[in-house]
Design a protein around this ligand. Sequence first.
Ligand code: AMP
Length: 284
Amino acid sequence: MENISDVKMMGQRCEKLRRQGRRIAFVPTMGYLHEGHLSLLHEGRRRGDILALSIFVNPIQFGVGEDFETYPRDLQRDSDLARAAGVDLLFTPRREDLYPEDFSTHVSVSGLTENLCGRSRPGHFRGVTTVVCKLFNIVRPHIALFGRKDFQQLAVIRRMVRDLDMAVEVRGLPIIREKDGLARSSRNVYLEAEERRQALALVDSLRLARRLVLAGESRAAVILQAVADRIRREEAVRIEYVQICHQDTLQDMEWVTADSVLLLAVQVGRTRLIDNHILWEEIT
Ligand code: AMP
């Protein structure tokens, strides 16, 4: 595995590999790798000749008062996991190279970013699409892999790629969960034992919603009420949003269909967690 921090060098290395006819699969992350990231790497390994992983905690996608400074980081451990996962190129760009002082160009997707996390985290998606666009321009991957854990992010990136005619295939992969159902997240390490227990209300409420749908309930309002009631039983958990949206448009739906996704964002103590589920699918 090669570890490259220099932006120019990474660009040149990828360019050379592409010229050799190698197919580059790319997984962008903020590091502190867990099974969710590893599933993306695994799929990337299968689909590309060259597997590239980036680790960069992107400052411009964090809002004021969010956890940029305290976001968990452990490059040594990540690097060991990356090597074991078969990564060929580990890209760890420097902040000052990606964002020089007079940096002044952003990529922003309208519409899709206005609901859900876009409401509670203004500027977040602009930061995400800007960094992903930059990383795509440096790596120029044939295929890029993202998790459905960040459902809205995936939709926004797909839209950016389509609208800006970027020559990359975007693939979304299923949410990887802990044994007890909690969606894997780098932020789970923030949770105290009791918060960790209460955080199970998320997956529990998704399961509850699915049971209601299977029993014939299709009124979104009824399902959302049941979900909110379940979550509110936990005193450490505060709801940021609970919504049922169309999986393509991310617009709220009144009636559940095969295209409905239930999306949740909560604060557990000081930790922000998200989860989601396409109601028609089974929860694994
Ligand atoms: P992050 O490092 O949190 O920015 O995530 C990097 C990539 O890993 C994104 O595409 C996420 O959607 C994906 N990811 C994070 N957690 C999970 C998970 N539990 N299951 C599947 N993918 C995930």
